[in-house]
Ligand binder design. Structure first.
Ligand SMILES: [Zn+2]
Length: 336
């Protein structure tokens, strides 16, 4: 009896052992399967990533196929801004100079044979950007007005009130823009980078910052946005590389921080400023950076109106680049 009991015990132990071995073996197999899956999954993810990248870049490539040219007129409006974008029959005017310069902007456009403005942008409600806007609205058919939301600022200027009376009376389509908005004007694509979050009292910092793209040519229009806003834009972590940069705030040292200049890495820069302006724009530090980095600068205080032309690949200007003198130095040179 004792022997049989022992034999059964031995048999039971053997069966248990076999079951354990089978269990261990299947666990081992399962873990190998898992390993295989894990090894496969990164490959399949990267394949997905590749296909996603292709999908993302595909429409961009299509967008980069443009026909004809885009012209950018940096209109000489003294110590102010007014930039006319023309692409085929399509027109966009960003800022209109001061109240005093409004008539000059109107006649400049009329001389070009322009009768309608598809998109009229007021970067921010300062006289040197939107002062001339009423005269432009009175003179041309305007399809769409884009402005910045400044509803938490108290703007008491009479000219600004009159401008809005006109816009409301004429029932002109108008809309505020912010970061993340897009619109097209013909083949020109416009992406809004700012405003983002700024809520302070500096009206310059409500400037619409817009990337205008035509084919592979990107031009960044910054209004008078200062370094605080440049930091907000940099914090977005987007690719900011552009071919042309309109220097912020007429070349003031309150804009165009080194970090922003490096991120945008422009091949050419535009500065709209008036000779002998009381703000000393463009500033010495700004011009020194441009000289140190040998970035060609086109400036209205030296060259008057400057016209840029691009087929979406190559960029040409109708004037030679200006020098790297600050506003004050240029004033002294011209006086001498
Ligand atoms: Zn300004």
């Amino acid at each position: 009896m004792q022997n049989r009991k022992n034999d059964r015990k031995k048999l039971k132990t053997l069966v248990k052992l076999i079951i354990l071995v089978i269990a261990l073996a299947s666990l081992f197999y399962l873990s190998i399967d898992r390993l295989d899956l894990e090894e496969q999954s990164p490959t399949s993810v990267s394949q997905n990533q590749n296909s996603q990248q292709e999908e993302i870049s595909q429409p961009k490539q299509n967008q980069e196929e443009v026909t004809g040219e885009m012209f950018v007129h940096m209109i000489d409006v003294g110590q102010a801004d007014s930039f006319l974008f023309v692409q085929g029959e399509n027109t966009m005017l960003i800022d209109c100079g001061t109240r005093g310069e409004g008539d000059d902007v109107v006649s400049y456009l009329q001389e070009l044979g322009i009768e309608k403005i598809d998109v009229l942008v007021g970067s921010h409600p300062h006289d040197d950007h939107m002062g001339g806007m009423k005269k432009v609205i009175d003179a041309f058919e305007v399809s769409q007005i884009y402005v910045s939301d400044v509803s938490n600022c108290e703007i008491t200027s009479n000219w600004y009130a009159t401008l809005w009376e006109t816009i409301m009376e004429e029932n002109l389509p108008h809309q505020t823009l912010k970061n993340g908005d897009y619109f097209n004007v013909g083949q020109m694509q416009v992406e809004l980078l700012a405003p983002i979050a700024y809520q302070g009292s500096n009206i310059n910092n409500y400037s619409l910052v817009m990337k205008v793209s035509f084919g592979q040519t990107d031009i960044l229009m910054t209004g008078d946005a200062e370094t605080e806003i440049e930091e907000e834009i940099l914090a977005l972590g987007e690719d900011l590389d552009v071919e042309v940069l309109k220097m912020g705030h007429h070349g003031s040292d309150t804009s165009s921080s080194e970090a922003f200049m490096q991120a945008t890495s422009p091949e050419y820069v535009l500065i709209s400023a008036g000779i002998a302006n009381k703000y000393h724009h463009p500033c010495e530090t700004t011009m020194q950076y441009l000289e140190d980095n040998q970035i060609p600068v086109y400036r209205t205080d030296e060259s008057g109106t400057v016209i840029m032309e691009t087929d979406g690949k190559t960029i040409r200007f109708d004037k030679k680049p200006g020098d790297y003198l600050s506003g004050d130095e240029l004033e002294q040179k011209k006086a001498a």
